[in-house]
Ligand binder design. Structure first.
Ligand code: ISL
Length: 571
């Protein structure tokens, strides 16, 4: 491992600003709301707070379409609210990282407004413009410069009639991609980031940072029979100049900070080798990255597969996690997450289907995640076991990706029931319903009308109901975080997967010096014979932390109740 930094030992809490706490009653979470809830985060024991975008935005993609990188959207508060929030977080001994979207801006960003104004604009080259395809009527299907399908089930090019060219957008048409080949673009972004450092932030979460380097010349990709457009991820994922650009970012931004920063790059489609190149070596480019492979284990593979549910595949989860643990073990560093604002609730995906085991499986999943080697991320609400929302129709979704995927699927003739089933299981809005603070109307999130409804389970699943309950999911999260903070082996111990082929047992060991810990978790509604599964090779052990009440005499590392997890020290 590269030299020790504070973030190796940290736990991060992700706040999805619009759904966390609403102080002014407009139904949208805001910065003042976050300030009023810092007790919760401090008592949970987290070290870092990650704020999702709060910048001015037309909100085509809930703020990931930024029209001003250096201000606060009035709906989320004032400039002063932000400075006060940063100060409060620091006063409580925590740190704060902000979410920066460097791959694209909003169409309303002044840079893009200028870029599109005329072909001869001095900012024309700040974005990626191309003429229509020869011989096809501009603006009609097939006239796009390339046949790429974007992340949200639509073509990646939009025609600008006025200037007669198309611009590239990997996400919505409201999110034009910046041209990182242009040095001025990069310098403008770096200067912006340095100003944020001066304002006191402790690091950055870098949105889709592995998509910034496109493969030139831009070219067509193979398409499936059913469509004119195809998966073009090979043309921009971890592209040819990515490492060079990240070197620049490190040298010209991160290394100029007076403090050590936490930088985490979101990298869909990154491989272990990419992860090593970015987080390993003498001078890591980023502290860590978010990878995706382990979140693909309950839906169809490939582009667009996420809304085609498949039974949860524990073997795939274990082997994928292990591959990353081993791959970044010697050099490099992992981030650990099972949930964020783009993923459905993990308790509804990897946990028990039976309500009787809801609490146990939420605790068990947290135990498994937090006992891996890397920096754990807690997504708001997971610490109380929040679950998917029972969506009943497409109209109830707010997410642009849900609506686009619906329209795309319908156009291809996919039956509506199948599309809805996919969105119910894996739609992003599942994780975006408001935080459940108490059992009052709208869960204590707002006094107004929430922008998305509260989950109907709020009366049972909420912070207030768990705060003084030692058996709660919340109390278990506190213990896990404290355990990490007090045990070097959790942070720095080596990792090894055990019982790789077992269908319901997730088992691994952590070792540091003479110390050896074994974590076992039961992913089933049945009792599990751990001793048999581990082949009797394990000697006596003591329980360090478990999800259930004290195991019966002699059951430590021997038997697991349904959805039970045990963290044990081998004696
Ligand atoms: O959620 C996805 C598809 O529905 C992912 O493919 C997601 O788009 C991808 O992980 C990139 O996510 C990030 O950038 C997007 C934004 O919509 C996400 O919220 C953000 O986390 C575009 O900025």
């Amino acid at each position: 491992t590269n030299s020790r930094a504070w973030w190796h030992e940290a736990v991060v809490y992700q706040i999805y600003v619009r759904s966390f706490a609403d102080a002014d009653g407009d139904g949208l979470g805001d910065l003042a709301g976050i300030r009023s809830r810092l007790d919760h985060l401090e008592s949970l024991g987290v070290d870092v707070i990650w704020l999702t975008p709060f910048y001015p935005s037309p909100m085509a993609d809930n703020g990931y379409d930024v029209s001003d990188y250096e201000a606060v959207d009035p709906r989320f508060g004032s400039e002063e609210d932000l400075d006060d929030l940063i100060a409060d977080i620091h006063r409580r001994g925590m740190r704060v990282i902000i979410d920066v979207v460097l791959n694209h801006t909003s169409i309303d960003h002044p840079w893009f407004v200028e870029s599109r104004s005329t072909r001869s604009s001095s900012r024309r080259d700040w974005y990626i413009w191309r003429p229509p395809r020869d011989g096809v009527e501009p603006g009609t299907p097939g006239a796009e410069p390339t046949n790429w399908l974007g992340f949200f089930a639509q073509p990646t090019w939009t025609y600008d009639e006025e200037s007669g060219e198309y611009y590239l957008h990997l996400f919505t048409p409201e999110q034009p991609d910046l041209n990182w080949e242009n040095k001025e673009v990069r310098q403008a972004l770096y200067a912006m980031l340095r100003r944020w450092l001066a304002r006191g932030v402790d690091g950055f979460r870098l949105d889709v940072i592995n998509l910034i380097s496109k493969r030139y010349p831009l070219q067509d990709v193979p398409t499936p029979h059913s469509s004119h457009y195809g998966d073009a991820s090979s043309q921009y994922t971890c592209g040819p100049r990515m490492l060079e650009f990240l070197d620049e970012l490190r040298d010209q931004v991160f290394d100029t900070a007076e403090k050590t920063l936490l930088t985490v790059g979101e990298m869909p489609g990154a491989t272990v080798e990419d992860g090593l190149a970015v987080t390993g070596g003498e001078r890591p480019r980023l502290s860590m990255i978010f990878t995706f492979e382990h979140m693909d284990v309950d839906h169809a593979p490939g582009w667009g597969g996420r809304y085609e549910p498949r039974p949860f595949d524990l073997l795939a989860l274990k082997s994928t996690m292990a591959r990353w643990q081993e791959g970044l073990g010697r050099s490099g560093w992992n981030s650990l997450y099972f949930g964020n604002h783009d993923q459905a609730r993990v308790a509804s995906r990897f946990g028990s289907r039976s309500p009787a085991h809801a609490v146990a499986s939420a605790k068990m999943l947290a135990t498994v995640l937090h006992m891996h080697r890397g920096t754990p991320y807690v997504y708001q609400g997971d610490e109380i076991g929040m679950r998917n929302y029972p969506f009943a129709s497409i109209e109830q979704f707010a997410d642009i990706d849900a609506h686009n995927s619906w329209a795309y699927g319908r156009a291809l003739g996919v039956p509506p029931e199948r599309l809805l089933a996919g969105l119910r299981q894996n739609g992003r809005d599942n994780a975006r319903t408001p935080m459940q603070w108490d059992a009052s109307e709208h869960g204590g999130f707002t006094t107004g009308t929430p922008w998305l409804p509260l989950n109907p389970n709020t009366s049972e699943v909420n912070v207030e109901a768990q705060i003084d309950d030692a058996d709660s999911v919340l109390a278990h999260y506190r213990r896990l975080i404290e355990l990490r903070h007090s045990s070097g082996i959790v942070v720095f111990g080596d990792y090894r997967l055990l019982a790789r082929d077992h269908e319901s047992l997730y088992a691994f060991e952590r070792t540091l010096g003479d110390e050896r810990w074994i974590v076992v978790a039961n992913f089933s509604d049945e009792e599990l014979d751990v001793a048999a599964a581990l082949g009797g090779a394990v000697g006596a052990a003591e329980l360090i932390l478990g999800t259930h009440h004290e195991p019966p005499e002699g059951a430590v590392l021997q038997r697991l109740r349904p959805w039970e997890a045990q963290i044990c020290r081998v004696l």
